[in-house]
Every structure is written in structure tokens, then in C-alpha cells.
Design a protein around this ligand. Structure first.
Ligand SMILES: Cc1cc2nc3c(=O)[nH]c(=O)nc-3n(C[C@H](O)[C@H](O)[C@H](O)COP(=O)(O)O)c2cc1C
Length: 293
């Protein structure tokens, strides 16, 4: 029987809370899913982080608008911005911006911008529900902060800020919005949400403001992780066993320990049993058990 040593050197291995490790989230069998209804929701905002996009107005001042439609892949971010808004007009003329991610506690700053546009005159479609506001930062109660590589300011209060340069703007087939494809040229993060000594954001310390349906939420506790997570280290003895061609099987996981059988690669015969006790390794074991049933 082999016991593992706690890994105290790696900052990524500091004790974390995980619903998987504590058993709070048990993957349920698919047959428990009830019958679906066909619905026709007015919006399809299933839950995306909110960002504040800062762009440059024709007079050189900054516009700031809340949005949530976006995705990021590699070093590219794609923003979904409505036609008729000042932000999109600005990006077509001056292809630089900052994308600023507020924290959940800052939702009211976002909401202060919900009924205003930097476009003058206010487009007819928005005339009843929006008013013109040239001073968006002041209106939101937020502070412009100079950027490094673009001429548009960042939002000082936002814990995570991207400086972006637009590569292409593609009109949506519906004509209602455009997809703004941009290179993220610099990322700024407050130290509290990073892993010291690395370029990682700390997933337990960074929680975006989530816009789901039409409501704001904070992200909940971690429920699992993918194998590419910087936290997804295979415990060392098991990694070594794998390197030598062996396989393993997580037999059970409790709040205190996990039992892992070491298997021979040929016949799958159990040759040893490893007991894991360190919280991060319990998490790893719980994730393996959930994903390799
Ligand atoms: C929480 C929230 C999310 C929003 N998401 C988007 C979005 O993804 N894309 C968009 O174009 N507008 C979005 N809007 C609406 C814009 O903020 C709104 O149209 C605003 O007038 C744009 O400002 P501008 O005209 O100065 O660019 C969102 C508004 C709020 C409050």
C-alpha cells in the first residue's frame, strides 16, 4: 500500500473547495431527466459573463457600454454588438477597444448604463427606452484608466481587463448585429485573482458577473474540472505508473480518502492500491470517478 505526500510547494495545489470532492454535486443518471417542453423564450441569454466595452467616440472621448454576447478562443475574442449602437459605430471607425469584466458585486455600475446610449440622436427604435449619455464612465460611477497598447481607456474598477485590436467586423445574416473579431493584445488582472508566480487566473478567486436570462448572478462553487485545467494534476505516483504503461482505477472517494487500484497494462490485474488523502488529490479522484464511470 502506498501513501502520497501532500504537495505544498505548488501554489496551484493550495486547498480548494470543490463540490465534486465533497460529494455535493453527484452526477445523476440521464434517465432522471424529465420530459422537455417546447418553449419560445424572448431571449436566449443562458448565462454569459458581462463585460463593459470601451470604444473611442469621434471627438476622442470614450464610450462605455454593457454587453454579454461574446466568446473567446485562443487569443481572439468575438463580441456580438447590436447595429444602431454607438459602440459598433465607434469600432468601425476606430478599431480598438477595451473589454472589462466586472465582478458580481459591481452589477449596479453595469445597470446604471442599461438605459443609455452614446449615440446622438438616439435611434428611433431606442427612443422610448434609452436616453443619450455622452459621459458613460461618470454615469456608471467608474473610472477611466489609460491602456498600454490601445488609445481607449480601461475601467479601473474591473478586476479583469483586455486591450483589443479589431481584426474583422462581420455583419450578422439577420442584419441586427455584427460580430467583432479582435486580437486580445494585453490582459490586465488584479493580483488577487491570479495565481502568484504564474500567468494563470485563479478560478476560485475570479468570479465573473453572469447575465442569465435578464438577471445578474455570481458564479457558484466549482463542480468539476477538465483535464487541461492547471489544477488537474494526476497525483505523482499515478503519473509515474502511467508512464510505465500501467493503468489505474479510482475505486471509491470519500471526504477523507480515495482508493485507487494500480492495474497492470496487459490483463488489468490489480497489483497495488494507492490511498490519497490530500484535498487536491481527493478532488482529482472525484473528477476521475465522475468522468470514467
Ligand atoms: C447586461 C446587459 C447585456 C447586454 N448585452 C449586449 C450585447 O451582448 N450586445 C449588445 O450589442 N448590446 C448589449 N446590451 C445592450 C447595450 O448595452 C445597449 O444597446 C447600449 O445602448 C449600447 O450603448 P451604445 O449605444 O453607447 O453602444 C446589453 C445591456 C445590458 C444591460
Amino acid at each position: 500500500m502506498t501513501e502520497t505526500e501532500p504537495h505544498t510547494q505548488d501554489p496551484l495545489r493550495e486547498s480548494q473547495h470543490s463540490a465534486v470532492a465533497t460529494g455535493a454535486v453527484e452526477p445523476g443518471p440521464l434517465d432522471e431527466v424529465s420530459s422537455h417542453r417546447t418553449i419560445d423564450p424572448s431571449v436566449l441569454y443562458v448565462g454569459t459573463p458581462v463585460y463593459l466595452v470601451a470604444t473611442q467616440n469621434p471627438d476622442g472621448s470614450a464610450n462605455l457600454a454593457p454587453a454579454s454576447s461574446h466568446f473567446a478562443l485562443g487569443r481572439t475574442i468575438v463580441l456580438g454588438l447590436e447595429e444602431g449602437g454607438q459602440s459598433l459605430d465607434n469600432l468601425r471607425r476606430h478599431p480598438e477597444a477595451t473589454v472589462n469584466f466586472p465582478s458580481p458585486s459591481q452589477w449596479h455600475h453595469v445597470e446604471r448604463l442599461a438605459g443609455v446610449t452614446g449615440k446622438h440622436p438616439v435611434p428611433e427604435a431606442k427612443a422610448e427606452t434609452y436616453e443619450f449619455e455622452p459621459q458613460k464612465f461618470a454615469r456608471a460611477g467608474l473610472t477611466p484608466q489609460p491602456s498600454d497598447l490601445v488609445t481607449v481607456p480601461r475601467v479601473r474598477e474591473a478586476p479583469l481587463q483586455f486591450e483589443i485590436k479589431v481584426a474583422r467586423i462581420t455583419d450578422a445574416a439577420s442584419g441586427e448585429f455584427a460580430m467583432v473579431e479582435a486580437a486580445v493584445v494585453r490582459v490586465h488582472a488584479v493580483p488577487e485573482i491570479t495565481v502568484p508566480g504564474t500567468s494563470h487566473l485563479h478560478p476560485d478567486h475570479w468570479s465573473p458577473l453572469i447575465y442569465a436570462y435578464r438577471n445578474f448572478y455570481a458564479r457558484g462553487a466549482e463542480v468539476g474540472f477538465t483535464r487541461k485545467s492547471p489544477f488537474a494534476h494526476t497525483p505523482e505516483p499515478l503519473a509515474k505508473w502511467e508512464q510505465h504503461g500501467g493503468a489505474w482505477n479510482v475505486v471509491n472517494v470519500t471526504d477523507e480518502h480515495a482508493q485507487v487500484d494500480l492495474l497492470r497494462c496487459d490483463g488489468g490485474e490489480v497489483v497495488d492500491r494507492l490511498v490519497l488523502r490530500e484535498p487536491r488529490e481527493l478532488r482529482w479522484a472525484a473528477v476521475q470517478r465522475a468522468t470514467h464511470p
